[in-house]
Ligand binder design. Structure first.
Ligand SMILES: *[C@@H]1O[C@H](CO)[C@@H](O)[C@H](O)[C@H]1NC(C)=O
Ligand SMILES: *[C@@H]1O[C@H](CO)[C@@H](O)[C@H](O)[C@H]1NC(C)=O
Ligand SMILES: *[C@@H]1O[C@H](CO)[C@@H](O)[C@H](O)[C@H]1NC(C)=O
Ligand SMILES: *[C@@H]1O[C@H](CO)[C@@H](O)[C@H](O)[C@H]1NC(C)=O
Ligand SMILES: *[C@@H]1O[C@H](CO)[C@@H](O)[C@H](O)[C@H]1NC(C)=O
Ligand SMILES: *[C@@H]1O[C@H](CO)[C@@H](O)[C@H](O)[C@H]1NC(C)=O
Ligand SMILES: *[C@@H]1O[C@H](CO)[C@@H](O)[C@H](O)[C@H]1NC(C)=O
Ligand SMILES: *[C@@H]1O[C@H](CO)[C@@H](O)[C@H](O)[C@H]1NC(C)=O
Length: 475
């Protein structure tokens, strides 16, 4: 009875949570193989991570939808469909702009001179939040798609279709497929985007993971017409990001900017159903930019030289792992790459783990230490023990613990006494312990295979009961 009560109470908690009770962690980037979710390859030790994912999906939904058209000022083009962002560390100097009257922020941005104060955020830059909105969109797509995978409830998959439609396709709210006005410096000479602005869409890998999951799973609300429209947008944007001068300049970046460029491009190719070019993109990264990024001792000198070394060491590790995961999914294995300096991804992880976080958020690194353990193995439990110590045993409640497996057999996890979204065969609405939902058969594409039900006793009506719960909770 205790187990039953526990399972029921947390499922209800997951569905009826109070949104202010916690916040969603914004990982720098990541990609999740859809087959792992579709086939329920994850174990019961991930129950808490599953719960968090459903909570995050619901929390993000409350802030939806997102669109580039939600901003107070237009890009210099005057087109509301143009994405725009201002460089965050640039400040106005209006001495030469006839500062006799009070200028609006928009007037200042066009007429005053702007200068860089590294690390000092100008709050005006956040009056235009296309960049934050894209991050929210990417997280919402990823977590709602994963929540669909966990529950197989169409509530979650239909949300994803709606978010994507608003950002990319809807006639009133779509984004033009370019970043011509991303990270503008400001002032008379700063009215065009700069190459660093390409980083603004780095979380395309999360969108790719969400789309690929719903696509491969034939999720409710996903259809080929919508898929073709999305691919149409992506194809136009690929044309921009592979040919425009500022995008090509970003590709040449030797530090995390370069890594994230490749992560974004590989994601776009997978979204466009072009796995061959996705694999080539990952290969190009691992055989060029990667080669100069890691020293033999695991230091990433281009990152540790920055003002926030711990943050940037974690950030580029995240980007490298994302390119590695996208490559692996598309058919290129870059995991064993060694840089010309003698460095490897596991060495970079070791170096970052030993680096003092200083003023940075220590937890930024955790998901990617989990990833290294899952990808390369952790036979002596070094990584698992470190995570356990750093998080006081709570890493099992991190969303990334779901897909950073197996860590289960290396000491991080405890056995759970119940299984996520347990089913009642009669579907009468009483949840019980023992099985995961089934259904959402994978299609033939990618590397996924058919979902294998773990128990014939599970029925779709149980999922229906959960949907009823969700509706009662006004999600
Ligand atoms: C602002 O511009 C004036 C005129 O060019 C210059 O003398 C002054 O040093 C600038 N101030 C800053 C903070 O850059
Ligand atoms: C405009 O002039 C006022 C008064 O000299 C000054 O305090 C203010 O900083 C100036 N604004 C900008 C953006 O330079
Ligand atoms: C912005 O870039 C376009 C295309 O390169 C160029 O024609 C235009 O003059 C630039 N505008 C400014 C204000 O620099
Ligand atoms: C496909 O999905 C889109 C987006 O939800 C919807 O507008 C359209 O009606 C759907 N088409 C079909 C044939 O179901
Ligand atoms: C991807 O391409 C393959 C091969 O052309 C095709 O069979 C499949 O339907 C495509 N999938 C999507 C989602 O467009
Ligand atoms: C690295 O290469 C070895 C030998 O080819 C292989 O057994 C191993 O699976 C590779 N590791 C990864 C993470 O791909
Ligand atoms: C770790 O967990 C224990 C037991 O719940 C608690 O007493 C302690 O304060 C926690 N420490 C930190 C650093 O959170
Ligand atoms: C988890 O369950 C397995 C199988 O019942 C058991 O062998 C193992 O000792 C358990 N681990 C923990 C940490 O309780």
């Amino acid at each position: 009875m205790i187990f039953r009560a526990t399972a029921l109470s947390w499922v209800v908690a997951a569905l009826c949570f109070t949104p202010t009770a916690f916040s969603v962690t914004n990982y720098a980037d990541d990609f999740v193989d859809p087959a792992y979710i579709l086939d329920f390859q994850y174990q019961t030790v991930t129950a808490k991570a599953q719960q968090i994912i459903v909570q995050w999906a619901n929390a993000l939904n409350l802030a939806s939808p997102w669109s580039v058209t939600s901003k107070k000022y237009l890009a210099p083009s005057g087109d509301k469909h143009d994405y725009m962002s201002w460089r965050p560390y640039y400040w106005p100097n209006c001495t030469n702009a006839g500062n006799t009257t009070v200028l609006t922020v928009d007037e200042m941005f066009k007429t005053c001179d702007y200068y860089n104060v590294d690390g000092a955020l100008n709050p005006d830059a956040r009056l235009i939040n296309n960049v934050g909105d894209f991050d929210d969109l990417a997280n919402a797509v990823l977590y709602n798609a994963l929540a669909w995978g966990i529950t197989r409830s169409g509530i979650y998959s239909k949300r994803v279709v709606s978010y994507l439609n608003t950002w990319f396709l809807d006639a009133d709210t779509y984004m033009n497929p370019n970043l011509n006005y991303a990270q503008m410096a400001g002032g008379p000479t700063g009215q065009n985007g700069t190459h660093t602005g390409v980083l603004d869409l780095k979380c395309m890998a999360k969108i790719c993971a969400g789309v690929e999951l719903l696509r491969q799973g034939n999720a409710e609300g996903w259809n080929s017409t919508f898929d073709a429209s999305l691919q149409g947008w992506v194809t136009q944007y690929i044309s921009w990001i592979t040919t425009d001068s500022i995008a090509v300049e970003e590709k040449k970046s030797t530090n995390n900017h370069g890594t994230f460029y490749f992560a974004q491009l590989a994601s776009l190719y997978i979204l466009a159903n072009d796995t061959s070019n996705a694999a080539s993109t990952a290969q190009e990264y691992f055989t060029t930019t990667f080669m100069a990024q890691i020293n033999a001792d695991g230091d990433q000198p281009l990152e540790s030289a920055r003002t926030r070394p711990y943050h940037y060491l974690a950030y580029n590790l995240a980007a490298m792992i994302t390119v590695g995961r996208l490559g692996q999914y598309a058919g290129y294995d870059g995991w064993n790459s060694t840089s010309t300096l003698g460095g490897t991804i596991p060495a970079a992880a070791d170096f970052a783990m030993a680096y003092p976080p200083g003023a940075d958020t220590a937890s930024e690194l955790y998901p990617f230490i989990g990833a290294v353990g899952a990808i390369y193995g952790d036979s002596d439990s070094t990584l698992a023990s470190w995570l356990n110590t750093q998080t006081n045993g709570s890493y099992i409640s991190d969303a990334s613990y779901l897909w950073n497996q197996p860590l289960s057999d290396s000491g991080v996890s405890a056995n759970m006494s119940y299984i996520t979204f347990a089913a009642n065969p009669k579907g009468t609405g009483t949840l019980s312990v023992g099985t995961q939902p089934t259904g959402g058969t994978s299609s033939s594409g990618g590397s996924s295979s058919s979902a294998t039900p773990r128990s014939s006793a599970v029925s779709w009506s149980t999922i229906g009961a959960m949907v009823v719960l969700a509706v009662l909770c006004h999600l």
